[in-house]
Design a binder for this molecule. Sequence first.
Ligand code: CP
Length: 310
Amino acid sequence: MTTTSQLSTRHILGIKYLTVDDIKLILETTKYFKEVINRPIKKVPSLRDVTIANLFFENSTRTRISFELAEKRLSADTINFSASASSVKKGETLLDTVNNILSMKVDMVVIRHPSPGAPTFLSNHIEANIINAGDGTHEHPSQALLDAFSIQDKIGSIKGKKIVIVGDILHSRVALSNIYCLKKLGADVKVCGPPTLIPKYISSLGVEVEYDIRKALEWCDVANVLRIQLERQDIKYFPSIREYSQYFGINKNLLNSLKSEVVIMHPGPINRGVEITSDVADSNQSIILQQVENGVAVRMALLFLLAAKR
Ligand code: CP
């Protein structure tokens, strides 16, 4: 149960900055919007007078479409900006770009940016509500919230559940946001991956490390499997993709040899055959597409709750 009906913040910059009550309120509100998007008429007028700018300075499929759809379902007016087709290419700064867009009377900004802290920087300079849609290797709060909602939807309360995050923890904003969110909700969290891809500070977040994928899977209720982010790796962190798959890849034979069934998650995009095989990604144990469906409802909840703070 939640004890509040309003968020404690005007922006969603990271899970680190949300209270437990904020997270519970978002997850409760998501339940309502999940019911809305499964109705024959999926649209509600809640954000009819709100204009939202989706500013994507980095590639995205799921997050971008999910926010756009959430905004349309709430009847907001939206504008979409892609850095690759903008005057950023001509040398315009982030603040100039955003101030120009805001002068067209925009109320909220959803921003994805390769630089950690870009959404926080903006929140210190502009009036609009900001939602971080992923900032470099820092945080991806809406992903962590949809992951938490999906776990709760599948196996009930997160408190006391055992969750392992597998893969490239060092470069993953999904891992960091998930750790903050799951710990705040009372889960027991481990990470698993090559030692070179586990950050040194990880134990300070209350997380244990398991280097043996079989032991990690034997221990957990849920495995959230991450992609190896080669685009963020400036040095070689492991000998080869083939060796990574051999030691940390999740395949059906491995899952079938475990004593109990593990729920498999992945934020996408998937590299099939690297961190996860197709027979796992497409199996009944996988809730990957439910995560995507729940993403729209979570983002509707975030936009709705932030609009109430305007
Ligand atoms: N999960 C996620 O952030 O996917 P995209 O990069 O496609 O948005």
